[in-house]
Design a protein around this ligand. Structure first.
Ligand SMILES: Cc1cc2nc3c(=O)[nH]c(=O)nc-3n(C[C@H](O)[C@H](O)[C@H](O)COP(=O)(O)OP(=O)(O)OC[C@H]3O[C@@H](n4cnc5c(N)ncnc54)[C@H](O)[C@@H]3O)c2cc1C
Length: 469
């Protein structure tokens, strides 16, 4: 691969306007970093594009020379798809422009934007794009996989709010897609991940959001199971304005918590209300009063604060491993299995995240986007998060064992953005009845599987070919 990458560099350096970084360049090691410290990959060349012509040049040259290519926006793929060994990284780090049309509540943002860039620009005029909950996450990977977050119940998934994509496909040509132009590609890009090309621009709808009501509470001991039962029963009837979810974890040993709570298993509730505040106070007070809560907080906060408050929990470079699944509802046995697992949690920063994907997100028809079926609204994300390599085995096996216990009660399906690198076999499960249409679109726009570092859909003629890393 080395000589070929050298040839790729020589080929690109005349016309490329951005930065071409090789391992000998001093910026290379910083530029090569991806978020998950469990995944170490060293590319042969990082091409930091500054615009569509750079992306086209990189795609055309790498495809002609047969160079393995990763595409990176924020580098937050759990599986580490934003990098590769020995090949090319098409890095959109320098493509973080955004323009906001306040009057028409629309934005256009470039393919390298992080969520924080979008929130800052849209909140400056009191608008918001429904997306994820950690501001250093890349928007491109998140939106292309679906995009869940605080505003889903009220305004749908991120991909439900996209009106158009500009995308460079595998032969280097540029397509614009929308409901009217290239509708198959538009459908596939809303949930089908990075399979179809490099998206250089997203056109999205925005919604008025400024202050939000944010409440938290913790439950201990037997109240953990009881509060989860209350949540399970309440959410199907909850108003769209409410996003209420839980993290099951070990309470941190911090001064802001009473000593009776610290280092103990807890169910931490987070409730966000967007809309009429009087109504919001009533509902949030109600849900946070279930089951003898401790340390209840409630405040109206700026949306940007909500969107950044989890940033420090997931810093770059720690070791992360995840498993995820959907449930129609939670049986008492499922709740018990999750609560019991807290007794053996190997890292105090691991958590079991419980979310509800109802409201506007659930009302989008399964056939409308490649994201697909939204009929099983309860989501469990087992999020492993630890510091040291010697703790890998204990943490990975804690997650896999708990997943195996929960799996029989899950419905088939998984959100592609919460899959780890060893879950290739679940990609067909993620797309199920959309599979054939996705493979058809993939075969049309990427017949040689040039874009394969993703939750990969193999085009018809290469079906069965192994994936690289
Ligand atoms: C800390 C953290 C918090 C998260 N929170 C949420 C959340 O709240 N909601 C949620 O839905 N998900 C969340 N996720 C999951 C997240 O959606 C995925 O990890 C997503 O892949 C991140 O996108 P990225 O651009 O940063 O990743 P990258 O690693 O850069 O890319 C991920 C995939 O997208 C492809 N890709 C990237 N850019 C482009 C582009 N411009 N065009 C085409 N393909 C591209 C890549 O090739 C790769 O296959 C979170 C992840 C992390 C690490």
């Amino acid at each position: 691969m080395g000589d070929t990458v050298g040839e790729l560099y020589s080929h690109l350096k005349g016309e490329f306007r951005g930065d071409l970084l090789r391992p000998s360049d001093h910026e290379f090691s910083e530029a090569g970093r991806i978020w998950n410290g469990m995944v170490t990959r060293t590319p042969g060349l990082i091409a930091r594009c500054v615009g569509v012509p750079d992306v086209q040049a990189a795609v055309r040259a790498a495809r002609t020379l047969g160079v393995l290519t990763a595409v990176r926006c924020g580098g937050h793929s759990h599986a580490g798809f934003g990098s590769c060994n020995g090949g090319l990284v098409i890095d959109l780090y320098l493509m973080r422009q955004i323009s906001v049309d306040e009057l028409n509540r629309r934005a256009r943002f470039a393919g390298g934007c992080l969520l924080g860039t979008i929130d800052s620009a849209t909140q400056a005029v009191g608008l918001a794009f429904p997306a994820g909950v950690v501001s250093h996450t890349g928007a491109a990977g998140l939106v292309l996989g679906g995009g869940t977050g605080w505003l889903n119940c009220l305004h749908g998934l991120s991909c439900d709010n996209v009106e158009g994509f500009t995308v460079v496909v595998a032969d280097g040509s540029v397509f614009h897609t929308s409901a009217r132009e290239n509708p198959d590609l538009f459908w596939a890009l809303r949930g089908g991940g990075g399979n179809f090309g490099v998206v250089t621009e997203f056109e999205v709808r925005l919604h008025p959001v400024t202050g939000v009501l944010f409440g938290t509470a913790m439950c201990l001991d037997d109240d953990i199971s009881r509060v989860l039962q209350c949540w399970r029963d309440f959410m199907p009837e909850a108003p769209d304005n409410l996003r209420w979810g839980f993290s099951l974890a070990i309470a941190p040993d911090t001064d802001n918590l009473p000593s009776r709570v610290r280092r103990r298993p807890v169910a931490s509730a987070s409730a966000v209300w967007v809309g009429d505040l009087a109504e919001g106070h009533r509902i949030v007070d109600h849900v946070l009063s279930f089951c003898n809560p401790e340390v209840v907080t409630k405040d109206v906060i700026p949306f940007v604060r909500l969107q950044t408050m989890a940033d420090a929990e997931f810093p770059h470079g720690r070791r992360y491993y995840t498993r995820s699944g959907y449930f129609k509802s939670f049986s008492d046995q499922t709740i018990t299995a999750m609560v019991e697992a807290l007794a053996t949690i190997p890292s105090p920063t691991n958590q079991i995240e419980l979310a509800y994907l109802g409201g506007a997100a659930a009302r989008v028809d399964a056939a409308d986007t490649a994201f697909g079926d939204r009929g099983a609204p309860f989501i469990v994300n087992l999020l492993g998060n630890w510091q040291n390599v010697e703790d890998d085995a204990a943490n990975v096996s804690w997650i896999c064992n708990l997943f195996a216990k929960l799996r029989p009660a899950m419905v088939p399906g998984v959100y592609v953005n919460f899959m780890s690198g060893d879950e290739d076999d679940r990609v067909p499960e993620a797309y199920r009845d959309r599979w054939e249409r996705l493979v058809y679109v993939k075969s049309t726009y990427d017949p040689d599987n040039f874009f394969r570092l993703n939750q990969n859909l193999r085009p018809q003629k290469t079906a069965g070919k192994g994936s690289d890393s």
